[in-house]
Design a protein around this ligand. Structure first.
Ligand code: ROI
Length: 165
């Protein structure tokens, strides 16, 4: 089978804490499905989470989507960054509030260090707002050979709750 006929499975983390975050995420999920050579195959519930990092900003809404894509990791990253711009991402300071943040978390099991893109996303093990939505859509997922559930007890101090959609 040729490479082109096999899409890669990838997981995307979504976050927003400005300008009606739930609506930002719903729009972003539709836009992911509309990317070239890409289909959204699953999405988690939306989750409300207290900010990690600077606390003087609104709570976030987070979700994780699973996609099938024929884009390369860097081509996908370009598309995600363009999508953030189209959603008029506001990013006034590092780790500050934003209208839409799209993180490429995991791509077909690839492990790489690259100046633009390290895979899996290096912050994954430390973020409950990523691991819990991911566990919802990929219960058997393992990170560094450990089930997601094994990471969660250490993150119990990060407030997170599932929203009704
Ligand atoms: N905190 C939460 N809860 N959710 C996010 O998506 C998020 N994104 C960020 C920082 C500012 C690190 N904190 C976050 O970029």
């Amino acid at each position: 089978m040729s490479e082109a006929s096999r899409p890669a499975l990838a997981y995307i983390g979504l976050g927003s804490n400005l300008e009606t975050p739930r609506e930002q995420l719903r729009r972003a999920l539709r836009s992911l499905d509309a990317l070239p050579l890409t289909q959204c195959v699953a999405r988690s519930s939306l989750y409300a989470s207290a900010p990690i990092g600077p606390q003087d900003q609104p709570d976030f809404v987070n979700a994780v989507a699973a996609i099938h894509t024929r884009l390369s990791p860097l081509a996908l990253l370009d598309q995600l960054q363009a999508l953030e711009q189209r959603h008029r991402r506001v990013r006034r300071r590092h780790w500050g509030p934003r209208t839409l943040d799209l993180d490429l978390l995991w791509y077909a099991g690839l492990a790489q260090y690259h100046p633009r893109l390290t895979l899996p996303h290096p912050q994954m093990p430390y973020r409950r707002f990523v691991l819990e939505p991911l566990a919802e859509i990929a219960p058997d997922f393992t990170l560094a050979d450990r089930p997601l559930a094994s990471y969660l007890p250490a993150l119990a101090d990060q407030p997170l709750h599932r929203l009704d959609d």
